[in-house]
Write a protein that binds this ligand. Structure first.
Ligand code: UDP
Length: 194
């Protein structure tokens, strides 16, 4: 199934650059580390039921404890590492169904596995599913955010390249994306002058 979304937030600096170059500037980056705490505060007021899926064994549960402490009223009804591959689907669906009604499901398998996972399980009928990448690691204190000056300078990707060098292959997507944007800008310029 083709991944699709009702809402896609600009979580990387490349999207801000691209939007500006293509004439539709965006106000700010919305990384998972900003989105999840804000949503947790809103969910706490509503008493929403959250299920945390993904990351290494134990990390989702730890992140859940941190969220439950920080946002009284938020109901963490389940946490499960699971297996991102289809082989893990049955076990994961059973865990989610055992938790009862889930309002919000956070999926931390990194891109594009988490998007594929959500596309495969759309039929669970969970109102809100969000791919959150490394957010559980951050909440559980297993990884640090880049220093504020680096985030402000749009250099979070560089911080992550240095602190999580095993992700270098994934980060090849960044120059590829930049090349696609440059090609689109060039195409429009030629279109305008010709
Ligand atoms: N992960 C996982 N199973 C996988 C692949 C990744 O649980 O098969 C988890 C990993 O432990 C980490 C997250 O997915 O918590 C990947 O986060 P990352 O920040 O690398 O992804 P991004 O936010 O860049 O998409």
């Amino acid at each position: 199934e083709e991944p699709a979304a009702d809402l896609a937030v600009p979580d990387g600096v490349g999207l801000l650059w691209a939007a500006r170059l293509l004439g539709t500037p965006l106000r700010a980056r919305v990384p998972g580390s900003v989105l999840v705490p804000q949503l947790a505060a809103a969910s706490a007021r509503r008493g929403d039921r959250w299920f945390l899926l993904g990351a290494a064994p134990g990390v989702a549960a730890e992140a859940g404890q941190v969220l439950a402490t920080r946002y009284p009223g938020l109901k963490i009804v389940g946490a499960f590492a699971g297996d991102a591959a289809p082989a893990g689907d049955q076990e994961t669906r059973a865990a989610i169904q055992a938790a009862g009604g889930v309002d919000v499901l956070l999926v931390a398998y990194g891109a594009p596995r988490q998007e594929a996972w959500m596309a495969r399980h759309h039929d669970l009928g969970i109102p809100v599913m969000i791919g959150v990448g490394g957010v559980f690691n951050y909440l559980a204190g297993r990884s640090q955010l880049a220093p504020a000056w680096m985030r402000r300078a749009g250099l979070e990707w560089l911080y992550r390249l240095v602190t999580e060098p095993w992700r270098w292959r994934r980060q090849l997507a960044l120059p590829q994306f930049a090349a696609l944007v440059a090609a689109e800008v060039a195409r429009r310029r030629i279109g305008l002058s010709g």
